[in-house]
Ligand binder design. Sequence first.
Ligand code: KG4
Ligand code: ZN
Length: 335
Amino acid sequence: MFNILAIESSCDETAVAVTQGREVLSSVIASQVDEHKLYGGVVPEIASRRHIEAISGLTEQALKEAGCGPEEIGAVAVTYAPGLIGALLVGVNFAKAFGFGQGIPLIPVHHLRSHIAANYIAAEELEPPFLALVVSGGHSHIVDVAGYTDFKVIGRTRDDAAGECFDKTARAMGLPYPGGVYLDKTASKDRNRYSLPKPSVDGSVYDFSFSGLKTAVVNLLHNSAQKGEPVDIPALCAGVRGTVCDLLLDHTLRAAAALRRDRIVLAGGVSANSELRARFETACAGRGYKLYLPPVHLCGDNAAMVGVQGYYEYLAGRRAGANLNAYATRSIETG
Ligand code: KG4
Ligand code: ZN
């Protein structure tokens, strides 16, 4: 089995890993969160510049921690879509140069596919088929995973992603970036204090819509400020978190029943959410479904998951040439 050097730079984390099949030999991450926090969100231009500065040093560190030299790397896997275009291009160009220098294959990896693959690292027995809920800052997808490189989107958000809804409502409440993390920490048990809408989508029982919830929270804060009434922020956080979890759980269970999948996999940054994890655990246990949750340290962006998905893409014959481009949007189905 050969070693893969994996590179991730789709948003605000520069990450490099060395993997071998599903095994992680090293995984290092440089987070830019503290810098973007100053602006309340990711500033794309800054993200690209920080990736450029961090990527070579991180690669040296990842190789050192894996105890292997560049000549012991058999392929290079890189996130090429979807994400911030300038940020992705840094990783893609670095991977191209590394691959060309070593004379080894270059494997393009779809970011959401890699989030799902984070589960293969911790759960040795997990293999497709299964149903996945992929929830990140930019995406909310229910995906039927028929094979390691065979994906079908069953439901998706029509507007904001779940993570985006958390981030934007948290920001309106004055919580720091990344909002989802702080909203989860701040939420009290008082989830019914504020009545919030639970938007459904015409013509689909699987698709999501979160923008109405975001608008309701912004209006509630606005109206309270105008009337000089205090807002119970922990209760509002609990209301938002509970409503988002209701929708994610409900649609996923519906899809699992319709597709007769009895294994459910969560993936993406939002799968670190404490209520989402607890509610899926209870619901799946009650229905006899097997649930897979990524360990919290593998929920967010990292390169170990890129290496593992890259391995399966490699086995499926996926290769890129020196003309590989990066894409801000790209379907998980085409990869
Ligand atoms: O997958 P990810 O690290 O990056 C993207 O690919 O977007 O996901 C980041 C998202 C952010 O929206 C962040 O607020 C959210 O994951 N997130 C959480 C939690 N931890 C991270 N949302 C809710 N609860 C959490 N504990
Ligand atoms: Zn991500």
